[in-house]
Write a protein that binds this ligand. Structure first.
Ligand code: FA5
Length: 346
């Protein structure tokens, strides 16, 4: 091989590289070209350089000089291309990720408290301000606490599986919050002054004011010298705070096994101020809870001295209070989770 042949091939390689340069547009084509010309084993220029040894000695220097010059040229050109490709890629990334800080943001929708939660909290706050504490009790309850210890005789109709949801033989979904009375008296000595809001369950047919799952709030006060007048005064104060100062409270004799005497509690209709309307069915009164003086038999279950202590208890429907407070005529609205309804409360 003569030196001029060799140099001719080097120059041809140089030209080939120059014409290929225009198609280098990204990192991938850049690296492919770099490997094709300069790779240590199979690069086109590397192979030419391996031929150096085959040249006559006096031609080697010239061939080596030209080869080196072309190598530096290729490396320089690739370096320049690398810089411009890097700049272009960076620019593309910046454009892709560009943030227009003048665009309006996405407003996060805030949740609303459920109307039943709002009213439960309002009721709790009124009683807390009167010195009561808030207790909790299990929703899956034993028949002992739901019935026996509340003085329900064996065979009482409320125990019937047609009225009560049974989980097992002696285990039910509580039908009222009154079991918390016994649970509380078991764990604390008088003076006792508690309320307990919570979910209760009955096999009641659906209608605008009845649901098989609803909410009650229980109240229990036991101390020395507590009288029926204290019960009435507490109910009156509560209703005036909750509805308005104009609201009247009325007690009608009634029967619950765990109180004696017992009463149904009505409030003067908040819609017509007692003059009679559709909501109160023309009577001027709306029934809201059951109440009474704690039956002395209950004290036997919790080792309180019935000669020393007396107390009162009542239990009201939170759902009913909510219907009245917001003038809603359908209890099911509370459980259908329709946002158009729920969003009206905050
Ligand atoms: C009781 O549940 C007694 N535990 C209340 C009580 C407590 C009396 C302490 C004496 C002493 P009653 O079954 O009447 O009572 O229910 C009380 C209130 O729950 C009712 O006045 C009503 O407001 C509400 N209520 C009853 N059944 C339903 C129902 N299916 N859906 C919605 N609310 C109901």
């Amino acid at each position: 091989m003569s030196s001029s042949d060799g140099i001719g091939r080097l120059r041809a390689l140089e030209q080939q590289f120059e014409s290929e340069c225009v198609s280098i547009v990204d990192h991938r084509s850049l690296e492919d070209t770099r490997a094709r010309y300069l790779s240590r084993k199979s690069g086109l220029l590397t192979i030419e350089l391996q031929n150096l040894g085959k040249l006559p000695k006096e031609q080697r220097a010239e061939f080596g000089r030209v080869a080196n010059q072309i190598k530096l040229k290729i490396e320089g050109a690739l370096e320049t291309l690398q810089t411009s490709i890097d700049r272009r890629e960076k620019q593309k990334t910046l454009e892709r990720e560009a943030l227009d800080v003048t665009l309006p943001g996405n407003r996060r929708r805030t949740g609303h408290r459920h109307p039943l939660t709002i009213i439960r909290k309002e009721i709790e706050d009124i009683f807390i301000s009167m010195g009561y504490t808030v207790e909790d009790g299990p929703e899956v309850e034993s028949t002992y606490y739901n019935f026996e210890a509340l003085n329900f005789p064996a065979g009482h109709p409320a125990r019937d599986p047609r009225d009560t949801f049974y989980v097992a033989d002696n285990l039910i979904l509580r039908t009222h919050t009154s079991p918390v009375q016994v649970r509380t008296m078991e764990k604390m000595q008088p003076p006792v002054r508690i309320i307990c809001p919570g979910r209760v369950f009955r096999r009641d047919a659906l209608d605008p004011t009845h649901s098989p799952m609803f909410h009650q709030v229980e109240c229990l006060l036991v101390d020395e010298g507590v009288t029926f007048a204290d019960l009435k005064g507490t109910l009156e104060r509560f209703h005036k705070e909750f509805f308005s100062e104009k609201t009247k409270t009325r007690l009608r004799p009634s029967f619950f096994p765990f109180v004696e005497p017992g009463a149904e509690v009505d409030v003067s209709c908040v819609f017509c101020d007692g003059s009679g309307c559709r909501v109160c069915k023309g009577t001027g009164w709306v029934e809201v809870m059951g109440a009474g003086m704690v039956h002395p038999n209950l004290y036997g279950f919790v080792n309180y001295d019935p000669e020393k202590y007396t107390g009162f208890a009542f239990g009201g429907g939170i759902d009913r209070y909510t219907l009245l407070k917001y003038n809603i005529n359908e209890i099911q609205l509370f459980f259908q989770n329709d946002l158009r309804f729920l969003e009206q409360f905050s």
